[in-house]
Structures are given as structure tokens and as C-alpha cells.
Design a binder for this molecule. Structure first.
Ligand code: ATP
Length: 252
């Protein structure tokens, strides 16, 4: 017997969506199709990891979703906004006001303290961040008395946690992280991933992370697998071993 809808499916808000997204680089013989007709919805309040072999299109997908690069075809929405319709200026403002970024290189300003680095994006935007929110981000990131230190006085792991706190301080609609643990030792990487996990589970943030590391991907709620420019599969609440096995199947 097939059961008809006795319970309605949970309605999940979509933080970002790609529809029919293609990204080509170069022309003629040198043309590379980095993304080939990708459709994906990134759910709000969840931690999504993007994995795939080298050259499969992970960074390109992250960059077009985040409005750092424009697709050759297809549409990207952030919340209700179609960012592919936006002018460069509108896109810059959207990135500034609604998106948080964490890159492999921490990109902190060396002359500012950790606390000043965290506050900088809001300051540039002329916004007064919610002090209680910033306090909870800073407490969770566990930097304690290091907040008054400059980046050169912090370990790589501490610097990346400052960068993560900076990305979250403005309470963005979505945070994009490109290989955020790539330059960290495994213990520092684990601390950063726990912080991102906490930001999603306890603070209802939305995080999308590209990673090469199955152990990092296992911190996510959902892992998307890319191969040759398209999403070929996904896993929910995976273990590191399950992700590793699947990556072997993809020939990575
Ligand atoms: N600016 C560019 N110009 C030309 N080709 C590019 C450019 N950026 C990426 N590509 C090509 O697009 C494809 C996808 O690249 P992308 O960097 O998105 O893959 P990736 O999965 O993130 O790779 P990796 O894991 O090695 O970082 C590759 O073939 C790459 O060489």
C-alpha cells in the first residue's frame, strides 16, 4: 500500500540556488567547460560540503554561487534575488551585505588586531553590527584574550578562526568557504570545522564549503559530489570513510 501524505514534508528555505548553470573558460580548442548545466539548491541553516576530483569544478561552482564570478549560462539566486541579473555594483553590495567569505589564505589585515579585523567588514559597510551576535560569535570561536593581538602574533589556526568570525559577524545570509582548512594542521582544522558546525547547528547559519578532505566533509550535513563539471551524487550526514570510498569511485 502506498501511503498518501499524512504528514506534509518540511518546508526548507533555500539560501542559494543554481539553475542550468554552465561556465566555460577560453574559446575554440582551448575551451574548458568547468560547469556543465548544474542544478543545485543550497538549504538554509545547513552545512553543505562540495567535493570532487581536482579540476571537477568545485571552486568554479563556489565562485559563481557567491557572485565572485559570472556563469556563462543559467541563473543563480541568493535568497529571492537573481544575482545573474545584477549589475557589478549591485553584486558588490550584495556580497558585502549578505555574504560571508572564508578563503584558504586568511586575508587578515596585519596592522589591525583580531577584534578589529572581525569588525572591519561592518565598519566598511557603515553598519553597526548586532553586539550580542558578535559577542556570541567571538565567544564561540574561542579566541579569548588573543582578540587584542595582531595576526602575526597568532597561530595559523587562530588566524583562520578570526577570519571565520569576521565572515559571520555581519550575520550573513550565507557563508562560502573555499578550502578553509587547506593551510591548517589537522587539530587547527578540526577546531575551525567545529566552529562552523556550531555556527550552523546552534546559530542557524548557512555554510557552503569546498574541500579536498573527507574528514572535513564529514562535518557537513550534506556533501555534493562534482565530476567533470556536474553534480553526480550527494550524501547526507556521511562519515569520513563513506566520503573517502565515494571519492575513490570517482577516481580521485
Ligand atoms: N580562469 C580560468 N581559466 C581557464 N580555465 C579555468 C579557469 N579556472 C578554472 N579553469 C578550469 O576549469 C576546470 C574546473 O576548475 P576548478 O578550479 O573549478 O576545479 P576544482 O574542482 O576546484 O579543482 P581543484 O580541486 O584542483 O582546486 C579545470 O579544468 C580548470 O583548469
Amino acid at each position: 500500500m502506498t501511503s498518501t501524505a499524512t504528514t506534509s514534508p518540511a518546508v526548507t528555505a533555500i539560501a542559494a540556488r543554481a539553475t542550468g548553470v554552465t561556465k566555460a573558460y577560453g574559446t575554440g580548442d582551448a575551451r574548458v567547460l568547468a560547469l556543465d548545466d548544474v542544478d543545485v539548491a543550497i538549504e538554509a541553516g545547513r552545512f553543505t560540503a562540495i567535493m570532487g576530483p581536482s579540476g571537477s569544478g568545485k571552486s568554479t561552482l563556489l565562485h559563481v554561487l557567491a557572485g565572485l564570478d559570472r556563469p556563462s549560462a543559467g541563473t543563480i539566486t541568493i535568497g529571492d534575488a537573481d544575482i545573474t541579473e545584477m549589475s557589478d555594483k549591485q553584486l558588490t553590495l550584495l556580497r558585502r551585505d549578505r555574504i560571508g567569505f572564508i578563503f584558504q589564505a586568511f586575508n587578515l589585515l596585519p596592522t589591525l588586531t583580531a577584534a578589529e579585523n572581525i569588525a572591519l567588514p561592518s565598519k566598511i559597510a557603515g553598519r553597526q553590527p548586532d553586539p550580542l551576535w558578535v559577542q556570541s560569535v567571538v565567544e564561540t570561536v574561542g579566541l579569548g584574550d588573543r582578540l587584542s593581538h595582531r595576526p602575526s602574533e597568532l597561530s595559523g589556526g587562530q588566524q583562520q578562526r578570526v577570519a571565520a568570525a569576521r565572515a559571520l559577524a555581519g550575520k550573513p545570509d550565507i557563508v562560502f568557504a573555499d578550502e578553509p582548512t587547506g593551510a591548517l594542521d589537522s587539530r587547527s582544522g578540526e577546531e575551525l570545522l567545529r566552529f562552523l558546525q556550531h555556527a550552523v547547528r546552534e546559530m542557524n547559519q548557512t555554510v557552503v564549503m569546498v574541500t579536498h578532505d573527507p574528514a572535513a566533509a564529514a562535518h557537513a550535513d550534506r556533501v555534493l559530489f562534482l565530476s567533470d563539471g556536474d553534480i553526480v551524487d550527494e550524501m547526507h550526514n556521511p562519515t569520513s570513510d563513506e566520503v573517502l570510498e565515494y571519492m575513490k569511485k570517482l577516481g580521485a
